[in-house]
Design a protein around this ligand. Structure first.
Ligand SMILES: [Zn+2]
Length: 406
């Protein structure tokens, strides 16, 4: 039976042991020792890392009562010195014991029981069996921290199954003898095989980071100890950048952000209004120009035929071309053949109601000339291609096609 040194002393990080078996675990060398300070992955808490002699311990897993140390290289010799990584152990102790305190605080505050626990690389979560409110969560957080600051001793004792049950402590599945009970003095007492601190003060601080609905209950994300410090530092960096970007002190950030958003919406509304007026003006200018040209080339006795507008712009987005085309065909009977040289060559063709041209076919021929695609229905079609250099020629060809039908 292997001696699990962390069960009696979570601070013991260096130890001597004897190799009792050598194995292979998922393609890597592995050893079983007579005693170990390495915690194997269990109960939502990840394994310890460290070294056995020259070899790195990359994983520690339970296997049928054995603790299997998975190594990055084969190990020679039967006597070995083990060293557990102190930083990772302390991190796990802080998150794990913080979880005990927080879970108990949720029982006190909201009668919410913890039904799942996950210690992640960034955030740790517990799942509660019922919904809790934001106020209850803040109260549980305050209560857990109170216990931390009282530096209560954490005691470990081993009870028989009968003794545990007599005290209302249900042994974990598979535990038939020697129920290990962890107690944060006078606050929380429960069966647990994990690594714990000597006093609650080592948890440092318990900081909730998120509360979300999960199944029938609530998932609570939190960080303890040094992770809380890191999380706070990250938030401070983000806030410092916002203070500088919005030129507002911390307390006024929400108001400043709201004002920036409102100002932007107002500016967008104004610019849309200005753009509409500009496009309306451009439409009237194009129609006037077409009328003057038409009058110069037309015998005076004929009635005014629909105007033919051909125009190309630099940098216009296709949406502006479309709005301009729609204004043109609404203002006077006309055919509008509009193009733009922007990220690529864009075309928008349109005609007023009742005119006889096949606008989608005209557009299709023109965009094919530009090496692109496009389409439309009825009196409006649009598209584009990569050949910016052929835009003028494509417009000329379309104009000639319209004139040939007129
Ligand atoms: Zn525990």
């Amino acid at each position: 039976m292997i001696q699990r040194l962390f069960l009696t002393d979570s601070r013991l990080l260096e130890f001597d042991a004897t190799v009792v078996a050598r194995r292979e675990h998922q393609g890597r060398p592995a050893v079983v020792l007579d005693r170990t300070a390495f915690y194997a992955e269990s109960g939502g808490q990840p394994w310890d890392t460290g070294t056995l002699g020259e070899a790195r311990v990359v994983a520690v897993v339970e296997d049928g009562g054995d603790v299997v140390h998975v190594l990055d290289r084969p190990m020679t010799g039967d006597r070995v010195k083990g060293r557990v990584d102190a930083g990772r152990r302390r991190d796990h102790v802080q998150q794990h014991h913080g979880q005990h305190l927080l879970s108990k605080a949720f029982v006190e505050v909201a009668r919410a029981e913890t039904i799942a626990f996950h210690l992640g690389t960034e955030v740790t979560t517990i799942d509660l069996d019922r919904p809790v409110t934001g106020d209850q969560a803040r109260e549980a957080e305050r209560r857990a921290n109170e216990i931390v600051w009282e530096a209560r001793p954490v005691r470990v004792e081993t009870l028989s199954v009968a003794e545990a049950r007599a005290q209302g402590l249900e042994p974990p599945d598979g535990v038939e003898a020697g129920v290990r009970v962890v107690e944060a003095a006078g606050f929380d007492r429960q069966p647990c095989g994990g690594t714990h601190p000597a006093t609650t003060a080592e948890v440092g601080v318990v900081l909730l980071s998120a509360l979300e609905k999960y199944k029938v209950g609530t998932r609570v994300s939190f960080v303890c100890g040094h992770r809380a410090l890191d999380a706070t530092a990250r938030r401070r960096d983000v806030l410092d950048r916002l203070v500088s970007t919005l030129s507002a002190p911390l307390d006024e950030l929400p108001a400043a952000a709201q004002k920036a958003k409102d100002d932007l919406a107002t500016a967008e509304r104004q610019s849309r209004g200005l753009l509409e007026r500009a496009l309306e003006g451009e439409a009237r200018r194009l129609l006037d120009e077409a009328r003057v040209e038409g009058a110069a080339t037309r015998p005076a006795r004929e009635g005014a035929p629909p105007a033919l507008i051909v125009a190309a712009y630099d940098g216009w987005p296709p949406n502006d071309l479309r709005v301009l085309a729609q204004r043109l065909v609404a203002l006077a009977p006309c055919v509008a053949l509009l193009g733009s040289r922007a990220d690529k060559a864009h075309l928008v063709f349109a005609q007023s109601e009742g005119l006889p041209h096949d606008v989608p076919a005209l557009l299709k021929a023109a965009v094919e000339h530009l090496g692109g695609r496009g389409g439309g229905r009825g009196n409006l079609a649009q598209g584009g291609g990569d050949r910016l250099d052929l835009l003028d020629e494509a417009l000329r060809r379309a104009r000639d096609a319209v004139r040939a039908r007129a």
